[in-house]
Design a binder for this molecule. Structure first.
Ligand code: SAH
Ligand code: SF4
Length: 350
């Protein structure tokens, strides 16, 4: 059995190489190669053949193979379906903004949380991704487009805080100087609200942006659409968010998918504003992406405007998220689901 070399910290690699009788600087060379996205040890041209052979015997290099790619006609958004060495598949979306490229990557194959509006949540959970598989998604996109990614959002398939250790490892690797060197300020992590992990994350005082998927102003609506709320309710979640902003000084961004007739009334807006009082925050309203079988449709434009107005009157800033790649269903989970079910195979909805 070979082990996953790209998930190792540089110090861990140095330790193992030392045990193999190799000088410390070799670890740095190998680490740097791994983080450029090489797929084989033979590409490491400044490493001797003899050492490359030893490495092949002990380790494997994770990579993400492109199974499918959809390119938006409207903007430069690209959506990828990647597969890993065991055949598991995840989605990732590459977006071009004026400040550079942002990649939205997956942290799990599937998700256990079962949110009723989410394609990933509806298709079940397969397994956690390793740190190297998160890196591999970025590296495959960089290579496919000959670009450098400057920003990363953990908003693809899966719940990052349900894969806490691997996600933290990824965050440390991706931001390392000898690695991809993407600073924490350029990284966002989105969670459905795994409360104890928000407290743990707060203690680390990382400079990343925390996004919390709220999607409802009260427990009644939230528990109906997000089963996680039955374990950690809104009161507990917002208390954790308050703690997070107090400890880190970082503003939290709340995601709120606007679903017609479910969570988009003026009363919901007023209730939401009241609940967010005292938390340094920003609300991102996202017209819900219709997912087959859920029956949900996006809120009407005037409903969204009225919602924003009411939040504003209560001192809560909100914006409607610009939807990139709307023609390729850039919200995660839909592509993998289509490739799983034969009747919708190859379909590109919308
Ligand atoms: N599990 C994490 C991150 C992945 S989901 C989380 O839930 O935050 C990324 C974001 O997409 C979340 O805010 C999620 O609520 C939202 N989302 C999922 N399905 C959606 C849909 N059909 N329309 C709009 N947003 C959706
Ligand atoms: Fe999982 Fe996030 Fe989808 Fe909920 S919205 S099912 S937490 S991926």
């Amino acid at each position: 059995m070979t082990s996953d070399i790209k998930s190792m910290y540089e110090e861990e690699l140095a330790e193992e190489l030392r045990a193999m009788g190799e000088p410390a600087y070799r670890a740095r060379q190998i680490y740097q190669w791994l983080h450029t996205g090489v797929k084989s040890f033979d590409e490491m041209t400044n490493i001797s053949k003899a050492l490359r052979k030893k490495l092949v015997d002990r380790y494997y290099i994770s990579s993400a193979a492109i199974e499918k790619k959809l390119v938006s006609d409207y903007d430069d958004t690209k959506k990828y379906l990647f597969s890993f060495r065991d055949g598991e598949m995840v989605e990732s979306v590459l977006m071009k903004y004026h400040h550079g490229y942002t990649s939205c990557i997956s942290t799990q194959a599937g998700c256990k949380m079962g949110c009723t509006f989410c394609a990933t949540g509806q298709s079940g959970f397969s397994r956690n991704l390793t740190a190297s598989e998160m890196l591999a998604q970025l590296q495959a996109e960089q290579q496919d487009n000959a670009i450098r990614i400057s920003n990363v959002v953990l908003m693809g398939m899966g719940e990052p805080l349900d894969n806490y250790d691997n996600v933290l490892r990824f965050l440390r690797l991706v931001s390392s100087e000898d690695g991809m060197n993407i600073g924490m300020r350029h990284i966002s992590l989105s969670t459905c609200g795994i409360v104890p992990k928000i407290y743990e994350l707060a203690e680390l005082k990382l400079q990343l942006t925390l996004s919390v998927s709220l999607h409802a102003p009260n427990d009644e609506i939230r528990s109906r659409t997000m089963p996680v709320n039955r374990k950690y309710n809104i009161g507990q979640l917002l208390e954790a968010c308050r703690y997070y902003t107090d400890v880190t000084g970082r503003r939290i961004s709340f995601e709120y998918a606007m679903i017609d007739g479910i969570n988009d009334s003026d009363q919901c807006a007023a209730e939401l504003a009241k609940r967010l009082r005292g938390i340094i925050s920003h609300v991102n309203l996202i017209p819900v992406n219709a997912v087959d079988g859920t029956g949900y449709i996006k809120s009407k434009k005037d409903r969204i405007q009225s919602f924003i107005k009411i939040l504003g009157q209560h001192g809560v800033t909100a914006t409607v998220r610009r939807t990139l790649g709307s023609d390729i269903n850039a919200s995660c989970g839909q592509l993998r689901r289509a490739s799983q079910s034969p009747e919708t195979k190859g379909e590109n909805p919308e």
